[in-house]
Ligand binder design. Sequence first.
Ligand SMILES: [Zn+2]
Length: 47
Amino acid sequence: MSEGTNAPNGSRVKCEACNAEAIIVKAENPSLSCCGQALTITFKPGA
Ligand SMILES: [Zn+2]
C-alpha cells in the first residue's frame, strides 16, 4: 500500500491530522502526504 494520495492537477487536498489544505498545481509527483499519512482529496476537477 502506498501512503500517498494520487491527485490530478486542480485537485484540492486536505490533511485530516492538521487541517492543512492545498491545491495540486503540478502532478509530476502525485504522491502526497502530510503528518505521515495520505491526504484526503476534497475536490476533483472535471466533475
Ligand atoms: Zn498535516
